[in-house]
Structure formats: C-alpha cells, structure tokens
Design a binder for this molecule. Structure first.
Ligand code: ATP
Ligand code: MG
Ligand code: FE
Length: 345
C-alpha cells in the first residue's frame, strides 16, 4: 500500500510517501530561517508557515514520487506531541485528504515515527529495541517491544532537551541558530578534553531515581559561566575547545545511559534518532561503545534524523501492514501525547 505521511509538529512541514519499506518521496519545507533571529522556534510563526507550505509540499512529494493523489491508500499524520497550533495544521490537512479520497487516516505519535523512519534505511527493526530520541524538543530513552503498539518510556530529560542545549550553548558562543551544526563543525578543531564540563544525573545518588533520565540545564549553565569568566577577565574564548568539550559531555552521557538501558533490559539493538543524532561525535562514540558492548547500533542518515514526513509515512506503512485499526476522522491533535500511544484510537 502507498502511504502519504504529514509532519507539522515543530518547524518542518514534511510530506513523505512510502510503499512498504521503500521511500518514494521526502519533501520538507522548513521555517527555521524565520526563527533564527529569535534563537528558538516561535509557535505562531511556525503555524502560519505550515499553512502556507502544506499544499505545495504535498504536491512536490507526489511529483517526486511520480504518483497521483488518487493512488494513495492511506494517510498518516503526526497527532502529537508537538506545538499545538502547528500540529493542528497537519491534522486538519490530513483529515481533508482522507475524507476527500475516502482512505483511512492514522494519527500517529511523533516519537514512534522517529523510530520507524529507520526501517526505510535498514529494514525491519529487530524487536525488542531501545530507542534514544534526541532533538530540540525531546531527549528520551524508549523501550520498543512492538513499534506498532508497545512502546514504553524508560526515561527522559528532566529539564532541557539535548538539542536545546546545543542551541543555547551556540548562542553563548556567538554561533548561529540552530546550534547543532555549527557546534559540530567548530568542535572538529577543538580538544574534547580541554574543559571538564559536568555530566548531569550520573552521580551515585542519581542512579536510584534517575538512572535513565537526562539533564542538560546544569551543563548549559556551566558552559555559560565558563565563557563569562573568560570574557570578564578580558581573555579570548577558545570557541573550538568549548564546543568540543561541551559536545563530548553530551555525547558521553547520552551514549552511556543508552547502553546501560540496553544491558539492564537485555536488549541487543540500539536505535538513535532525532536531530541531535546527526551529531558526528555522538555517532562515532555510540558506534565505539556499542561495538565494545556487543550491541547492534542503528542510526538513520542525517536527513532522516531531523523532522520529516517520511518518518510519519514509515510508521503509517508499518501500522497498515500490521492491520492496526485507523484513527477516527475527528481525531484531535494532542500536544502532550504520551509515547505509549503509538496511534490515536
Ligand atoms: P522535535 O523536538 O519536536 O523533534 P525539532 O525541530 O527540535 O523538533 P529536529 O528537527 O529533529 O527537532 O532537530 C533539531 C535539533 O537538532 C536542533 O536543536 C539542532 O541544534 C539539533 N541538531 C541538528 N544537527 C545537529 C548536530 N550536527 N549536532 C548536534 N545537534 C544537532
Ligand atoms: Mg526542526
Ligand atoms: Fe522530531
């Protein structure tokens, strides 16, 4: 079956088209440039941009895939979590297409879609798997027993998301938004051991209560203080060393906890997704540590890690294949949809 997926949970208007495990189109229009001067995504600006980009992006995806709208067998859309107004634009569009075409509609979970997208690149997901999702809005460890219906949250950030920390640290260093790519680039020239930044929630007392949780707000503050002290003393800020040391702290904690979760649960597959999964150090450290631990690592290519429509179509495709019942046509958007709800009933 041919599945069209729509994603509008944050600042990307994504439309993907998938047949089985095959990716036929992945059209993305981002409003990221419109948010750059605010240093973060502005919900109202994002909603308006989705409204303008929605229909052209659908048409672009259809043209890229070489299919007609009437060829589509099912529509999938991100129903949550995400920005309420942004989600509504995608959900309204998906309902309109489903109703007009007389085809089933699946309102799906954005986090589960970040996991599902990997099947387009690496085929069926070995289950159970642990998934680590790290983006501007999320940092979560998930236990995936069944991608089409049994996903459990093991832990999450208790403050900032990993991508948010990249964005805030970039600001402190005078690098542009979004901060992930410029920090990644600057870090290549720096020494990751130059500055010992804190590793949040890794102390012996955190083990009992926050073993699989993350915290990046203390790290962000530590970086800001370190830079301010330099500036106050009239000393130059070694941007590359700060970037590399900060990035090392994030990659270290993320991978250590993900591997701990795999070992504690006896799981042999780790999947990493979300925009921060594009980070070169996170990818290389995860590869090293997984190899040592005998864990199979799956990371989609960077373009599939950031928000897109292909991930939604990929999850829709799995749901159709598993015979899961579609969502009602009056399904709501839920900005705080829990990950245990893979598809909206
Ligand atoms: P959501 O959290 O709802 O998925 P989002 O738009 O924040 O929404 P993505 O588009 O998946 O999520 O990811 C964007 C985030 O990823 C930004 O915070 C950005 O800084 C970060 N990012 C992108 N590339 C890199 C990189 N190479 N290294 C580190 N972080 C990166
Ligand atoms: Mg984004
Ligand atoms: Fe996302």
């Amino acid at each position: 079956p041919l599945v069209l997926g729509i994603e509008t949970s944050c600042d990307e208007t994504g439309v993907g088209i998938v047949r089985g495990y095959d990716l036929l189109a992945d059209a993305v229009a981002s409003s990221v440039d419109q948010h750059a001067r605010f240093g973060g995504v502005v919900p109202e600006v994002a909603s308006r941009a989705h409204l303008e980009a929605m229909v052209p992006t659908v048409h672009r995806a259809l043209a890229d895939a070489g299919v007609a709208l009437t060829d589509v067998d099912a529509i999938a859309v991100t129903a949550g979590p995400g920005l309420a107004g942004a989600l509504l634009v995608g959900v309204a569009a998906a309902k309109a297409y489903a109703l007009a075409l007389g085809k089933p509609l699946y309102g799906v979970n954005h986090l589960a879609a970040h996991v599902a997208v990997d099947t387009l690149e690496h085929g069926p997901l070995p289950e159970p798997a642990i998934a680590m999702l790290v983006s501007g809005g999320h940092s979560s460890l998930l236990m995936v027993d069944d991608l089409t219906g049994d996903v459990e949250a093991l832990g999450a950030t208790i403050d900032d998301a990993a991508g948010e920390a990249f964005d805030k640290v970039a600001r402190v260093l005078g690098l542009p938004f979004p901060g992930g790519p410029p920090i990644d680039k600057a870090a290549r020239e720096g020494d990751p051991a130059a500055i010992a930044f804190p590793r949040g929630l890794t102390g012996p007392r955190d083990f009992a209560e926050h073993r699989f949780d993350y915290s990046f707000s203390g790290l962000k503050t530590a970086v800001a203080r370190w830079v301010e002290t330099r500036q106050r003393n009239g000393e130059p800020v070694p941007v590359a060393d700060v970037a590399a040391s900060f990035q090392e702290a994030v990659a270290d904690v993320l991978t250590a906890k993900a591997i701990d979760a795999c070992q504690q649960r006896g799981v042999e597959t780790l999947l990493i997704g979300g925009g921060v999964a594009a980070n070169s150090r996170l990818r290389s450290l995860a590869a090293d540590r997984c190899e040592k631990a005998g864990i199979q690592l799956r990371v989609p290519r960077p373009k599939l890690c950031t928000d897109n429509g292909a991930m939604v179509a990929a999850l829709g495709s799995r749901l159709v294949a598993a015979g899961v019942a579609p969502s009602p046509l009056d399904l709501p958007a839920d900005s705080s949809l829990p990950v245990t709800e893979v598809v909206m009933a």
